[in-house]
Structures are given as structure tokens and as C-alpha cells.
Design a protein around this ligand. Structure first.
Ligand SMILES: [Zn+2]
Length: 209
């Protein structure tokens, strides 16, 4: 399939981009200054689906398509007409940061497992957690290792925030490196226990909530 591209000047989005890079550099303790992420703004759901390779749900507004350098967002101009989201600058800035955060995570570990950890880090580092309703109990994020679902985004940011708070950023980032290439859930659990000295279960998370 063929696509055309053209470059774009947009001061607002560029501002979002620059602060995202600055804050994510700080979150991930790296200095990404060469071959920086590229942002592609997609002009319609139809084009988004063609790029994606399938029909996407109406809440899907951004993706990396598994890339290490590019993110693809539904353009702000069609954000409301082509999705079920309400546009606000705050939401769009957080979305941009969330997708770029996935690129940063990918420099530590290449695979997209476990979903709760990868999405949780993106939610935490993008500031989206502050926009999410608080939770009373952890009860479903661990289900999302290989496959997503409706509960994935509700708890995972809070779960990762707890790990970050209790064990520190350095350990969290070290853990990301350690699990690079690990796609088996049991292997992941073993590395989790080895690193954090706790079993991966809801008990610990609920005790520390
Ligand atoms: Zn994500």
C-alpha cells in the first residue's frame, strides 16, 4: 500500500512534542537527542485503518505500529469527528506523550509484554494517570499479559506507579532491561520475584495501595 507524506509546521504540537521529549528524557533517565521520534498526523479514520492494516475501534487514536522511532496520531482537526473522544489540548498532549513513551520503553525492552507493564509505564510517564479515576482495589491488571481488554488501562498505571514509588525508578528501569525479549509469563514472574523480592500477585499491590 502506498502513502504520501509531507512535513508540517504546527507550533502547538511542536510545543507538546518538545516538552514530551524533555520530560520523558527525565523519566527514563536518558538523553534522546539524535534520530528523535517522528510524529505522523493522520487525516482520517480510513487512512488510520489503512496504515494499521485493519479496522480500528473508535477509541483508538494513536499507535506506534510497533515502530521504534515513529508514532501515528489521529490529527487534532479530525480527533472528534473520527473518534469517540472529546478533544482538549491536555488530552492530546498526554496522548502524544503516551505514544512517544512507548518508543522510550522500547529502547529498554523490545517486546510488547506484559501489556499491563508497558501500558502502565506509558500511562504513568505521560501524566495520563492524573486524569484517571482512582481505584479502590487491584483486581484485573494481571490478566493482561499478552492480550488487552477493557480493564487494561484502568489499573495498570496505578500498579506501575506503586512499583516506581516503592522500589525506585532505577530499579524499575533496570527491570525493563532485564525482561528484554521475555515473552513467557512464567519467566516474567520469576524475574519479577528476583528483582523486587515479592511474588507477582494482587496481594502486595492491594496492601500498598
Ligand atoms: Zn499505549
Amino acid at each position: 500500500m502506498l502513502f504520501t507524506i509531507h512535513s508540517l509546521k504546527d507550533r502547538k504540537i511542536e510545543k507538546f512534542y518538545n516538552s514530551a521529549i524533555k520530560e520523558l528524557n527525565s523519566f527514563y533517565r536518558v538523553d534522546w537527542n539524535r534520530n528523535k521520534p517522528k510524529v505522523f498526523l493522520i487525516s482520517s479514520r480510513e487512512e488510520f485503518d489503512k496504515l494499521y492494516g485493519r479496522k480500528t475501534e473508535e477509541w483508538v487514536v494513536g499507535t506506534t505500529l510497533g515502530s521504534s522511532h515513529n508514532i501515528y496520531l489521529l490529527s487534532p482537526d479530525v480527533y472528534e469527528s473520527e473518534s469517540n473522544h472529546k478533544y482538549s489540548d491536555e488530552e492530546y498532549e498526554a496522548l502524544l506523550k503516551h505514544e512517544i513513551s512507548h518508543l522510550y520503553t522500547r529502547t529498554f525492552c523490545k517486546q510488547y509484554q506484559p501489556l499491563w507493564l508497558i501500558e502502565g509505564i506509558a500511562i504513568l510517564s505521560s501524566g495520563q494517570l492524573e486524569r484517571k479515576p482512582a481505584i479502590k482495589q487491584f483486581e484485573n491488571f494481571l490478566k493482561y499479559f499478552n492480550e488487552g481488554g477493557p480493564g487494561l488501562y484502568g489499573e495498570s498505571g496505578y500498579a506501575v506507579e506503586l512499583l516506581d514509588k516503592e522500589f525506585g525508578r532505577e530499579k524499575l528501569l533496570k527491570f525493563l532491561k532485564l525482561i528484554n525479549g521475555v515473552t513467557d509469563e512464567d519467566d516474567f514472574k520469576k524475574l519479577f520475584k528476583k528483582t523486587f523480592k515479592i511474588e507477582l500477585s494482587y496481594d502486595w499491590f492491594n496492601k500498598n495501595i
